[in-house]
Design a protein around this ligand. Structure first.
Ligand SMILES: NC(=O)c1ccc[n+]([C@@H]2O[C@H](COP(=O)([O-])OP(=O)(O)OC[C@H]3O[C@@H](n4cnc5c(N)ncnc54)[C@H](O)[C@@H]3O)[C@@H](O)[C@H]2O)c1
Length: 255
């Protein structure tokens, strides 16, 4: 197995990748190095250091999982080793300049990687080689579903669309819960009802054979109580609000 080093490897995302990679047999903990500011959450058998040069010397693939601002303060030289970045809004050009490698892959998982449910797009520079591309596919399959995309801009946009993980659906869920509470439903029952609904709806949309657009049209054509709700939500600017949110997140994720 390839020796892997994760810079920022005890952080939110880095530790999720390490844990899932080990659990799914993609990473051998004896060949895993993690670096960070403090040695919390180091999986059994893996190595930790606060010195990135040590990690790099012990790694065939270096995962960059620090915050963009932290990356911009780092001095590292990968000496041509492949880099796999999960950083939002840091371009391959910037990574190449700062780390002295052209073999770069950018991936954009979300925090559900931790439970093996992230949809993770990744993109590779022309200089990236087959072994690191295959390893990226395996690592993010261990974290959920991985999909190679054709151009880097899709990685930047994915930070907004899917990189935010549960956050945007959570906002919708909370709006429904707040409304139910305001109608007098006890808070715990409102939460149970709404979360059950959203879980079942996600499964139905995945497996039921009808697209979201077809579902909305079917209920609108039925012209009952749901149509009244859908029409009022649209008239109040639901679609525009979602688009404004995605545009703001995409703008923030632009390199
Ligand atoms: N958390 C998410 O949901 C998510 C989703 C997609 C992409 N990302 C990207 O993943 C990257 C990491 O995010 P996170 O949420 O895990 O952040 P985090 O703050 O939880 O983890 C960052 C880690 O980097 C370590 N660190 C800081 N400076 C360092 C240095 N010089 N050398 C070594 N380690 C250093 C910190 O100690 C910490 O463990 C970010 O660039 C973010 O854009 C995060």
């Amino acid at each position: 197995m390839t020796r892997i080093g994760i810079i920022g490897g005890t952080g939110w995302l880095g530790s999720a990748i390490a844990r899932r990679g080990i659990a799914e047999g993609v990473i051998d903990p004896a060949r895993l190095w993690l670096s960070s500011r403090s040695p919390t959450e180091v999986p059994q058998g893996a190595h930790w250091t606060d010195d990135n040069a040590t990690l790099i010397a012990e790694s065939d693939l270096v995962v960059l999982s620090v915050r963009p601002a932290q990356f911009r303060q780092m001095q590292i030289d990968l000496q041509g080793r492949p880099a796999l970045s999960v950083m939002a809004g840091v371009s391959a050009t910037e990574i190449a300049r700062a780390t002295v490698t052209a073999r770069i892959i950018r991936a954009l998982p979300n925090a559900m990687a931790d439970s093996g449910m992230s949809w993770t797009p990744y993109w590779a520079t022309d200089q990236a080689e087959a072994p690191e591309i295959a390893l990226t596919q395996s690592l993010f399959t261990a974290c959920g579903t991985a999909e190679r995309v054709e151009d880097e801009a899709q990685i930047d946009y994915a930070a907004a669309l899917t990189g935010s993980g549960t956050a945007f659906p959570a906002l919708f869920a909370q709006a429904m819960i707040d409304h139910a509470i305001a109608q007098g439903m006890p808070e715990d029952r409102a939460a149970r009802a709404v979360l059950h609904l959203l879980t079942a709806a996600s499964q139905q949309l995945q497996q039921g054979g009808e697209s979201p657009a077809q579902v909305v049209k079917a209920f609108t054509d039925y012209a009952g109580t749901t149509a009244a709700g859908l029409n009022a939500m649209k008239a109040a600017g639901f679609t525009e609000a979602v688009h404004a949110g995605l545009s703001a997140a995409a703008e923030a994720a632009k390199p």
